[in-house]
Design a protein around this ligand. Sequence first.
Ligand code: ADP
Length: 161
Amino acid sequence: MSKTVICPGSFDPVTLGHVDIITRASKMFDKVIVAVLVNSSKTPSFSIEERIELLQDSTCGIENVEVVSFNGLLAEYCRERKVDAIVKGLRAVTDFEYEFQMALTNKKLNPMLETIFLTADADSMYLSSSMVREVASMGGDISNFVPKCVHQRIVERLNKG
Ligand code: ADP
């Protein structure tokens, strides 16, 4: 049976850590939906359209990836799209408590929905969107942190403020 998973997040902006998780999920499952959260409590630096476009360009070589935006409850969206599991990257112990709580909550809301954790890659486990934003806004080199094809756009956009 065909298996569909979802990688949710704010992706503000996409980093090599995100692409690593999406790529690995795409090899394990038939379809990967990358879902950009609209209703995040944080005020984003990149618009929803920009975040989607950056993700699409960063994953354009992967056939079974679809990038969407979503508003509302993830568990509900997963029911509508017949998603089998949520795939999340675990960077460190600090991620664990919150992710464990989210996984249990989503399971209660939608008992068919599993959450699968992939361990972050040793080369990108320290990466976060906030770190990329901070380094770029101070003129630092982010070429090792974001996909090559979107690097220039992210730099220009963050320089504009
Ligand atoms: P952040 O803003 O913390 O960078 P997001 O909310 O955009 O992250 O994260 C979306 C998903 O990607 C989450 O499951 C998160 O654990 C995962 N993720 C983020 N950064 C990395 C990384 N460097 N390595 C592995 N997974 C990551």
